[in-house]
Design a protein around this ligand. Structure first.
Ligand code: SF4
Length: 187
């Protein structure tokens, strides 16, 4: 039963092919439930941890496989780390199929690392994430120009070599605020 629960994800919505949620064509899961309550949030309907639709890992992977042109999956929300262990399993399956994984979060990376020391689901999702787009949406720092972020406090944090490749494919615009990019260091 617990295993069944781990294989269910509560989704607010799903977009099968998107070009605005990270580099390339992406399969996007908008998760239901978010604790952050950012002022000016564009997805307030995702805040409650109830509602949405429960979808199984198998259903998601089967649907993903119908979109062979997709470069990978993007977890958005809502707060993906509120369902970290289930999404880590989805991410693992996508990696096995050759796709990459972008995760949006209202937490900063450093906070997730701390939380991950006590919550294996969070550390698992961090391990399975190639590019983390972190930080809450801050209305006073809203940016319409910066690719793939909503406000300039948010960062693009590569957590793997595949994350570095994603980072390279995020355009650097000559005008507009610069988004902080943190590269994964291959040791
Ligand atoms: S983290 Fe995202 S979904 Fe959650 S309140 Fe902030 S902007 Fe909205």
């Amino acid at each position: 039963m617990d295993d069944d629960k781990e294989n269910l994800i509560r989704l607010a919505s799903l977009v099968e092919e998107s070009i605005v949620d990270g580099p390339g064509l992406r399969f996007v899961l908008f998760t239901q439930g978010c604790p952050h309550r950012c002022l000016g949030c564009h997805n307030p309907e995702t805040h409650l941890p109830i509602g949405g639709t429960l979808v199984s890992l198998g259903q998601i992977v089967a649907l993903y496989q119908e979109h062979i042109d997709c470069r990978g999956v993007t977890f958005s929300g809502g707060e993906p780390f509120s369902q970290a262990s289930s999404l880590a399993r989805v991410a693992q399956a996508i990696h096995k199929l050759g796709g990459d994984v972008i995760t949006y979060t209202g937490y900063y990376f450093e906070r997730l690392q701390n939380l991950g020391s006590e919550d294996s689901g969070i550390s698992d999702l961090l391990k399975e994430t190639d590019l983390l787009i972190d930080g809450p949406f801050v209305l006073e720092k809203r940016s319409l120009e910066s690719p793939f972020v909503g406000s300039t406090n948010q960062r693009l944090v590569a957590l793997s070599p595949a994350g570095n490749r994603l980072l390279e494919d995020v355009p650097i615009l000559p005008e507009g605020p610069m988004t902080l990019r943190i590269q994964y260091k291959v040791s």
